[in-house]
Design a protein around this ligand. Structure first.
Ligand code: CTP
Length: 397
């Protein structure tokens, strides 16, 4: 964990503002100091008194509070922090930031600062998905603003989908990863992970044995070196790491769409075990046994996400890493796969049942690059991740 830091916390107006109270406690527990700023809308959800009591210092809330201006101007306030965290970051605050508005204390601080900024968006799912919000997010990403969440789930408004504010431990991890100042600070890296599920009918699907363990370990190791990680995951059995942006998908086609939305990135690591085929026509009703007749499933090929991204003429990440899960002739097959898919590196592993690698805790990989092949001894998946990420940092340096 990095040393104690000065955090300026802007609390926007949303139901998730109550989580900001716990966020203040957890950040302080970890030795950070928190200077709170409450927007006018934020004060509708949590009181200035509870915020200042938990922060152990005064809460700033109005741009035109002249006493405060005399004590500490807004420019100074925004610059005396190591990081500015906005939680919850509402659609309105995000729009103001993207446009460069400065019509209240929060937006003025955000415009006046040269400190790293981390946003924890929280809003209704439709607002999050709206083209205007997505445009604003893309603009802010381009400006170097960091994001944690939003997560998917049930929302206070009764709807379900992306828009829930990231959980407090996730935000704490993202703050500390941002402060970690590692060799990957300022790099945006995309990781795909887990299996995909390809529906046959409403109750059945095609799947594979991937647990998501290796992809999760890689994402965690990247975040630990300071990278901003976008983690696109199928229905994995291990939970996603904290401090990364998690995008959950089911099918290969959803995974491709999520990957395309998440670009641009400096590097992309394709650790997912994507189903090569799907059922051509998914039945919208449960298929029934009909007098002993066997069902005939017709298959269609899924898009190859790794090959698609590797072939991008514009916006191709500088480093594209694929995985090759093989059961025979591992190196020969993986070398051919590297050429076929057009990626820079292939991390090859033997997934024969006897190795226990698929779904297990260990991995034995061979790294195939333009320079040649390098076989690594069998080791834990976290260690494979750490070594791989070390190499990625060197390649992007
Ligand atoms: N991959 C992908 N999209 C797909 C299939 C695979 O992005 N539709 C990626 C995986 O994430 C992995 C790499 O491609 O990084 C290799 O996947 P693998 O399934 O081993 O290769 P295949 O293309 O299926 O080749 P083969 O069937 O010959 O093993």
């Amino acid at each position: 964990m990095p040393g104690a830091s000065r955090i300026l916390l802007i609390i926007g107006g949303g139901i998730a503002a109550y989580k900001a109270l716990d966020l203040i406690r957890r950040l302080r527990e970890r030795g950070h100091s928190v200077t709170p700023v409450l927007t006018r809308a934020g004060a509708e959800f949590v009181t200035p008194l509870s915020v200042s009591a938990l922060a152990g210092r005064k809460v700033y809330s109005d741009l035109f509070d002249l006493t405060d201006e005399a004590e500490m101007g807004h420019i100074e306030l925004s610059r005396s922090a190591d990081v500015i965290v906005v939680a919850p970051a509402t659609a309105d605050l995000i729009a103001k930031m993207a446009q460069g508005h400065a019509d209240d204390l929060a937006s003025t601080l955000l415009l006046a600062t040269d400190t790293p900024v981390l946003l924890a968006p929280a809003m209704n799912v439709r607002m999050w998905q709206h083209a205007a919000t997505q445009r604003n997010i893309a603009t802010l990403r381009g400006d170097g603003i960091g994001f944690v969440g939003p997560n998917e789930g049930d929302m206070a408004c009764g709807e379900h989908g992306p828009g829930r504010m990231a959980e407090v431990p996730q935000i704490v991890a993202a703050v500390e990863a941002g402060l970690a100042d590692g060799p990957l600070t300022g790099r945006r890296i995309l990781v795909t992970s887990g299996p995909t599920h390809e529906p046959i009918d409403p109750v059945r699907y095609l799947a594979n044995r991937s647990s998501g363990a290796q992809g999760t370990a890689i994402a965690r190791a990247l975040a630990a070196l300071g990278a901003e990680v976008v983690f696109v995951t199928g229905p994995a059995t291990v939970p996603p790491p904290e401090g990364v942006e998690v995008i959950r998908v089911e099918t290969a086609r959803e995974m491709l769409a999520a990957v395309e939305r998440a670009l641009p990135a400096d590097a992309a690591i394709f650790a997912a075990a994507v189903a090569d085929w799907r059922v051509a026509r998914e039945s919208d009703r449960k298929m029934k046994k009909t007098g002993g007749a066997l069902p005939h499933l017709e298959f269609a090929e899924n898009p190859d996400i790794l090959a698609t991204v590797s072939a991008l003429a514009e916006g191709r990440p500088r480093l594209v890493v694929g995985f090759a899960a093989e059961t025979d002739d591992v190196v020969a097959n993986a070398t051919a796969k590297r050429a076929r898919k057009g990626c820079d590196w292939i991390v090859a592993n033997d997934v024969s049942a006897a190795t226990g690698i698929m779904g297990g805790a260990e991995n034995a990989v061979t790294i195939i690059t333009a320079e040649g092949t390098e076989a690594w001894p069998r080791m834990g998946k976290a260690e494979v991740a750490a070594r791989l990420v070390e190499r990625i940092a060197q390649a992007l340096a």
